[in-house]
Write a new protein. Structure first.
Length: 363
């Protein structure tokens, strides 16, 4: 049995200020997880404003840390280390977190571990479900979309991803085009439930090309055209039009994700994993039809399907604390020279991704 380790995690790479305490012994336990979102601060701007985000993180992070320790019933003296997101993300926000973590580490003498935000997401199925390596992972949110074969705490093979928008971003833009509230995903899903998906058959980009790369930016252009044609024809949108457009859009995204996941599963299964498993994380994992399609696909391939609870698959600091512990166990330590990295690809050998989403640079 290995001695349990208790880490504080700090996350500030986008628009959530977060702190959490995680303990890993025989099993992993989230002792506390505090997430302060900034949706209200950015609402008027139609996207995250990096400078506003950075200021908010600087003002709020220490309060998040205090609350996370309080809720865990611990003090700094009870910790074994401090893990912090050191990238990729909006640089001002990442810097706020890294500076706070360095200060805490210097003040307490605790070890400091810089964590890749995407590694945090990718290792979450181990925190929540104890998945064994290697497993296949689909990160799908407003800022991320990639398939990873996770072979170890620092072994990530990216086998495909979006070449432009992330699916969550496409949901958000669709909602905006149809006058629905943000975040768009839940609003579009709710409308789509009453819609006729066959009325507007929107494109399924990149399905005609081999591989697991995806593209979602063309979908919103197609949706815009369909919307404008309706407005020109009838002078506006009826309730049924909006529902049918949402259903057509969601069906197209689901079809693309399902087909690309099928191909990713093939690549993954070629590695003959002893306990094949597929995990989905990110805000879009909340979408019931998408989740159901991927779950069915996995069942057909004899692959275990895992979807961590949403609060741990959207941005949070528990995943950072957990990933920090995994890195620490591999012997990784950082010091005062730890720098904040706006870009930090998980798989250094994969070709660079194109484009940057509304939530900043994609890695
Ligand atoms: O993981 P997340 O909270 O933040 C990052 O993007 O990192 O994901 C938020 C994204 C938003 O774009 C939101 O519209 C999308 O996830 N989302 C959904 C649903 N719930 C949230 N997309 C589709 N269907 C949903 N039910
Ligand atoms: Zn994230």
């Amino acid at each position: 049995m290995r001695a349990p380790l208790t880490f504080l995690g700090i996350e500030s790479s986008c628009d959530d200020s977060a702190a959490a305490v995680v303990r890993v012994g025989d099993r992993a336990e989230v002792l506390s997880s505090v997430v302060e979102g900034q949706v209200v601060l950015h609402a008027a701007f139609g996207g995250v404003v990096p400078e506003i985000a950075a200021r908010a993180h600087a003002e709020r992070l220490d309060g998040c840390v205090e609350r996370a320790l309080d809720q865990a019933g611990l003090t700094l003296a009870d910790l074994d280390g401090i893990a912090v997101t050191a990238g990729p993300g909006l640089i001002g926000g990442v810097l706020s977190g890294v500076m706070l973590a360095k200060g805490l580490a210097a003040g307490t003498g605790l070890p400091l571990v810089g964590v890749n935000h995407l590694a945090g997401h990718a290792l979450t199925p181990r925190l929540t479900d104890g998945l064994a390596f290697p497993y296949l992972m689909l990160l799908v949110s407003g800022g991320h979309c990639q398939f990873l074969i996770v072979g170890g705490p620092e072994d990530f093979r990216r086998i495909g991803g979006t070449i432009d928008d992330a699916p969550g971003e496409a949901f958000d833009k669709t909602a905006k085009l149809l006058g629905l509230p943000q975040p768009g995903g839940p609003a579009v899903e709710a409308e789509a439930a009453f819609g006729d998906a066959a009325r507007f058959v929107l494109p399924r980009p990149l399905l005609d090309r081999p591989g697991c790369d995806m593209s979602f930016s063309g979908l919103k252009t197609a949706l815009l055209r369909a919307r404008d044609a309706l407005i020109a024809e009838q002078g506006g949108l009826m309730v049924a039009d909006r529902r049918d457009l949402c259903a057509g859009f969601q069906t197209a995204v689901t079809a693309v994700l399902a087909e690309k996941t099928r191909r990713a599963l093939e690549v993954y299964l070629e590695t003959t994993p002893p306990n094949p498993a597929f995990a989905i994380a990110g805000g879009v994992a909340a979408n019931t039809p998408i989740r159901a399609a991927l779950e069915t696909l996995c069942a057909g391939h004899g692959v275990r399907f895992v979807a961590p609870p949403l609060r741990l698959c959207t941005d949070n600091a528990a995943m950072i604390a957990y990933a920090g512990i995994e890195r620490f166990r591999l012997g990784h330590r950082d010091d005062a020279t730890l720098s904040a990295r706006p870009r930090w690809p998980l798989d250094q050998t994969a070709p660079a991704m194109i484009g940057s989403g509304k939530k900043g640079a994609k890695a």
